[in-house]
Design a protein around this ligand. Structure first.
Ligand code: SF4
Length: 58
């Protein structure tokens, strides 16, 4: 699973609250790629919850 954040991110923090092992938000969300394996379910949940569809999952 490849996870990226696109330029739409508004830094709302929702992804970090849902999946804090993978997402960290300061101005914008940052992905800790090393932690994606094993956290796919919450990554997908965060992608679905992002209000601006900024989390791209492949
Ligand atoms: S939920 Fe979406 S808009 Fe909010 S911080 Fe995460 S990536 Fe950015």
């Amino acid at each position: 699973m490849n996870v990226t954040i696109n330029d739409s991110c508004i830094g709302c923090g929702a992804c970090e609250s849902i999946c804090d092992a993978v997402f960290h938000v300061e101005d914008k969300a940052v992905v800790t790629k090393a932690n994606v394996a094993g956290n796919e379910d919450c990554v997908q949940e965060a992608a679905n919850a992002c209000p601006v569809s900024a989390i791209e999952v492949e």
